[in-house]
Design a protein around this ligand. Structure first.
Ligand code: ZN
Ligand code: ZN
Length: 378
């Protein structure tokens, strides 16, 4: 059987960019993944081809050799060979970690997984906790490794034994004519092991359903939709396989005082029309850090005389800290000038007088004599 060209396998042109190759690989790998095509040996074959193609084309040096010399150029160059499924799966896990999470045995089928499945939980944080970072105990409702049998499923003093039907491989092969068919072993359900003396605590499962707490450090500047990976806190793997990872997705609560835009915060502040006209010191809410006495922190902004509604003042370094620790964004203060509504008759009188005064002042500015206007209006 002649080998298909790597570019053809991924459905890419020869001048495809690294990103195009990555996307094509992801698409093809998902399509032919054995978990989605159980009992279809053709899909597994294609899946291997796809992985091999990507392993070569994603490596700049190997790709150059392949472009120049074809398959012959690569022979003997790769140690171990690109067809090794074990490597393929560890490679896959990085790329699709969350897509195939959930099951305690990670990848399905009849081969032993390298580690347990990944888990995903959501954690809500207040805007301030997200801004300045915090430590939280996240409760994970998922099976944990059984302590009584260390996850083996076998009662104390005993061990799981290699399955005699499949000699511990988890697979049995049967010949039909010239073709060999391989299927998961029925006696051990493909685990390769049988437990004679079952652990009473976990009934031989090796895992127990009990919520557990995981302490997670949320870094300053984290935002909604961002994910933290806590290594080794996912599902326990069967036997001695290491556990998967825990992904904690952050959901930042709304704060009525602020709108967040990346590392910038926008706050709206009401200013009386007299203050806006005369200029004033205005207190605006601040994200913090929190004050020692537990009061909400504020900042003072000087509003110059003649400030209009909608005017914007930018306070540098008063926004959200950047995730990389390099300073903070801005606090953007938007002024909303308040017009008085409940007027006493005296206030109304004063406002009318003020209006006349302002009108005269405006005419003055246009060069009209104030005295002449006053005289002619009598
Ligand atoms: Zn077996
Ligand atoms: Zn147990």
């Amino acid at each position: 059987m002649s080998k298909r060209c790597y570019y053809e396998v991924l459905g890419c042109s020869k001048d495809a960019s690294a990103e195009e190759l990555r996307r094509a690989y992801k698409k093809e790998a998902l399509k032919h993944h054995p978990d989605r095509n159980q009992g279809n040996p053709r899909a597994e074959q294609t899946f291997k081809e796809v992985n091999e193609a990507y392993q070569v084309l994603s490596d700049e040096q190997k790709r150059r050799i392949y472009d120049q010399f074809g398959f012959a150029g690569l022979e003997g160059a790769a140690s171990g060979g690109p067809g090794d499924m074990g490597d393929v799966f560890s490679h896959m896990q990085d790329l699709f970690a969350e897509m195939f999470s959930g099951g305690p045995f990670g990848f399905g089928g009849n081969r032993a997984p390298r580690r347990g499945g990944d888990l995903r939980v959501q954690q809500r944080l207040s805007l301030r906790d997200a801004a300045f970072g915090c430590k939280r105990e996240v409760v994970v409702h998922a099976p944990s490794r059984c302590d009584d049998c260390s996850g083996s499923g076998a009662a104390a003093g005993s061990k799981p034994e290699a399955c005699s039907a499949c000699r511990g491989t988890g697979q049995v092969s049967t010949a039909r004519g010239f073709v060999m068919f391989t299927a998961p072993c029925a006696r051990c359900q493909g685990r390769g092991q049988v437990i004679r003396n079952v652990c009473k605590s976990c009934k031989g499962e090796g895992v127990i359903a009990k919520p557990r707490k995981v302490t997670v450090n949320f870094p300053a500047g984290i935002d909604s939709g961002q994910r933290l990976r806590v290594q080794g806190q996912g599902m326990p793997g069967p036997g001695n396989v290491p556990p998967g990872d825990l992904y904690v997705e952050v959901d930042v609560e709304e704060d009525s005082r602020f709108e967040r835009d990346g590392t910038d915060l926008v706050t709206r502040v009401n200013v009386g029309f007299v203050d806006a006209a005369l200029g004033a010191e205005v207190r605006v809410p601040s994200i913090g850090p929190e004050t020692e006495n537990g009061e909400e922190p504020t900042l003072t902004v000087s509003i110059p005389a003649g400030t209009q509604s909608g005017a914007v003042f930018t306070l540098k370094g008063q926004g959200i800290p950047r995730l990389d620790g390099r300073g903070r964004g801005c606090l953007i203060v938007v002024v909303q000038v308040q017009v008085p509504t409940a007027l006493t008759s005296r206030a109304r009188e004063l406002l009318t007088m003020l209006d006349e005064e302002l009108r005269l002042g405006a005419e003055d500015a246009e060069g009209v004599s104030r005295r002449r206007v006053a005289a002619s209006s009598k």
